[in-house]
Design a protein around this ligand. Structure first.
Ligand code: WT7
Length: 648
């Protein structure tokens, strides 16, 4: 808990801007408190009311059944379809002709879709999937660039009751294969390629490699995006545009049980194997619908832009389901933030008149570094709300976001949540809660969050501890695909009846939450979770490596960076070229995002007498910190001295 104890000194406080407040959904702290209290005291009444705002095909019989804890059952008896929530319900209103998606490709090509047009696209694709024999309960992997077809593919799966498993396009063939295999997917939707930093990412080729020698996948549907050469297996591979063209645009949404699985999304845990986080339909929709509406204060006239990739939970909840359930107009951008120039994001903000921007601290720090002039060159007066997610934001970046991007006018919502929570959990209500740079402030409605010690006792103000959640919430995960035991063990076994988030945190004297980072063997690089074990296994799979230990090292840009300590096989030389090869090896095994920033060769790793690697010491060494704390269990003291000297 040492890191957690290091209390951040931050006394600045910003009231919601009066102009924003006067039009906000929640306009005062007292109103937030009243709503929050009600949601905690009578969660069933609160969530029942919210849920009834959605178009159910069959009304639910009861709000919550927690008798099977920790597997919650929300809105049991109800039938609903996620694609109908996002599309069909709007067709009977003025939103029929409202723009749903304003898309821009990295090379500068543009397309837009109204809700009605998006509905046609989704129905055609849904029928195309059916024509390939895909239906209720089947798993479909999506490995795609950020094109509108990705959103359509997600919704088309939901429409026919197929379970989507989106894999971020930056993952390697091996990672994709593992996920396809774990979920027993029978189809893959991909593209020939996607544009990133002026180059084509050859997605179809990665899919081919991932599927090589793997049974079970009968269909690979390929969007034509970059017109790059692709290999073709005529039995298995189908062009998206060819198959979709001949399909009817009439495809009634499948009535799904509230607790039917909507999707799987893999995330890293403290052991090597990624976890297929399982989310269900009704509760997830209720959670994402309400949080999108309140946290972003979504209005009919807003132009909303979440810069995440649909391949992460942020994209699932706050590009696809939450905003579309609210009938929002949103920007979707394919490429890198600095392509072809470092002002690309702000150019997009100006072009579409973006009013709500939701991005990540790592991106904010990159913009800071590139210089204010690239931001200031473009008109940002349309912005009215800014958001961040993915990792703790340092107060300096928070202030820069507020002053330079938002011109001091826009509230910032620092939103804490996880793949597992499905929706935002701790966040300011932008019109009601004063913000403090670096704090995600207070819990959202229905979220009973607290900070506890090892025994599960609540900590006092400004005492560091573990972040936990006491009550079930609608968008919570229902399990880990194929591993019920790991689900209970990972999240529900530390303290009886409490959800363990894996983050360290403290609450200040106002009850505000300050997240201090992970307490397990999970790294957070650029807001993406990586498991130290996963990277270690990748390193050890290289013939030159005998043993590896991976720890996080603080990084100015990415928050944390991967630092690997490796011992190598006899006869192998510890040289820079080997370090580079190992970095490439990890990138190829897992994906570029896992590439170590640093490889340190060592002849031994610091271990306890029982053989456990003392990561705490390695973290200090990686960060160039003085080694603090107990080293008495260390087996060989000379290892430490030798480690300090070795850097690549
Ligand atoms: C972990 C979850 C939720 C979407 C993106 C990441 C860290 C997330 C914040 C925040 C401090 C944050 C936590 C969390 N995290 N948001 N606002 N402040 N830390 O989803 O990959 O499931 O990672 O990201 O450590 O546990 P994820």
């Amino acid at each position: 808990m040492q890191e957690i104890e290091s209390v951040l000194k931050e006394n600045r406080r910003f009231e919601p801007p009066a102009e924003f407040q006067s039009k906000a959904r929640v306009q005062s702290f007292a109103e937030y408190e009243r709503l929050y209290r009600r949601s905690i005291e009578d969660p069933e009444a609160f969530w029942g009311e919210v849920a009834r705002e959605l178009p159910w095909m069959r009304p639910f019989d009861r709000v919550l059944d927690w008798s099977g804890a920790p597997v919650a059952r929300w809105f049991e008896g109800g039938e609903i379809n996620a694609s109908a929530v996002c599309l069909d319900q709007h067709l009977e209103t003025e939103r029929r002709t409202k723009t749903a998606i304003l898309w821009e490709g990295e090379p500068g090509d543009r397309r837009s879709y109204t809700y009605e047009e998006a509905h046609v696209e989704v129905c055609r694709l849904a029928n195309a999937l059916k024509a390939r024999g895909i239906g209720r309960g089947d798993r479909v992997a999506l490995y795609m660039p950020m094109v509108p077809e990705l959103t359509f593919a997600v919704l088309a799966c939901a429409r026919i009751g197929a379970i989507h498993s989106v894999v971020f396009g930056g993952f390697s063939a091996q990672s994709l294969r593992d996920r396809i295999e774990d979920g027993s997917c029978s189809a893959v939707i991909t593209a020939d390629g996607g544009w990133r930093r002026g180059k084509v990412l050859p997605l179809k080729a990665v899919v081919d490699e991932a599927l090589d020698g793997l049974g079970g996948v009968h269909t690979v549907l390929v969007v034509r995006r970059c017109e790059n050469e692709v290999a073709w297996q005529p039995e298995r591979d189908v062009w998206y545009h060819e198959l979709v063209a001949s399909q009817s645009s009439d495809c009634p949404p499948e009535p799904m049980g509230s607790e039917d699985t909507l999707f799987l999304l893999y995330t890293s845990g403290s052991t090597g194997k990624p976890k297929g986080i399982r989310h269900t339909t009704g509760g997830y929709l209720v959670g994402t619908y309400l949080t999108a509406r309140y946290v972003f204060d979504l209005r009919e006239e807003d132009v909303y832009w979440c810069t995440a990739d649909v391949g992460w939970i942020t994209g699932h909840s706050y590009i696809v389901y939450g905003p579309m359930a609210n009938g929002a107009t949103q920007v979707l951008y394919e490429g890198a933030p600095n392509q072809p120039h470092p002002g690309r994001f702000w150019e997009i903000v100006e072009r579409y008149g973006v009013s709500i921007l939701y991005t990540a601290p790592t991106a904010i720090r990159a913009f800071m570094r590139w210089g204010d002039e690239h931001v200031e060159k473009f008109d940002r007066s349309s912005l009215r709300l800014l958001g961040t997610v993915g990792e703790p934001i340092n107060p300096e970046a928070w202030m820069w976001y507020r002053e330079v991007v938002g011109g001091g006018r826009c509230p910032i919502v620092d939103t804490w949540w996880q793949t597992e929570t499905g929706a935002i959990m701790i966040t300011p209500q932008p019109g009601a809660v004063a913000t403090k740079p670096g704090s995600c402030t207070l819990p959202f409605f229905g979220v009973d969050a607290l900070v506890v010690d090892e025994e599960g006792n609540e900590k006092g103000p400004n005492e560091g501890g573990y972040l936990a959640v006491r009550k079930p919430w609608p968008s919570m995960l229902r399990g880990i695909w194929g591993d019920d035991e790991r689900f209970v063990e990972t999240y529900w076994s530390k303290w009886p009846g409490m959800y363990f988030a894996g983050d360290g945190a403290r609450r200040d004297e106002d009850g505000y939450f300050w997240i201090m980072g992970r307490v397990d063997d999970v790294l957070n690089v650029s807001g993406h979770r990586l498991s130290t074990m996963e990277i270690e296994s990748a390193l050890v799979s290289h013939p030159s490596v005998v043993e590896a230990a991976v720890v996080a090292r603080p990084d100015e840009l990415t928050g944390e960076a991967v630092c690997a300590f490796v011992t190598i096989a006899p006869g192998v030389t510890a040289e820079e070229a080997l370090g580079d090869r190992l970095k490439e090896h990890v990138a190829a095994e897992i994906g570029k995002l896992a590439r170590p920033a640093q490889i340190r060769f060592t002849d031994a790793l610091p271990k306890t007498r029982s053989g456990k690697i003392m990561r705490r010491l390695l973290r200090d060494i990686a960060a160039d910190r003085e080694i603090v704390g107990d080293t008495t269990t260390l087996e060989d003291f000379s290892v430490l001295a030798r480690l300090r000297g070795n850097e690549d």
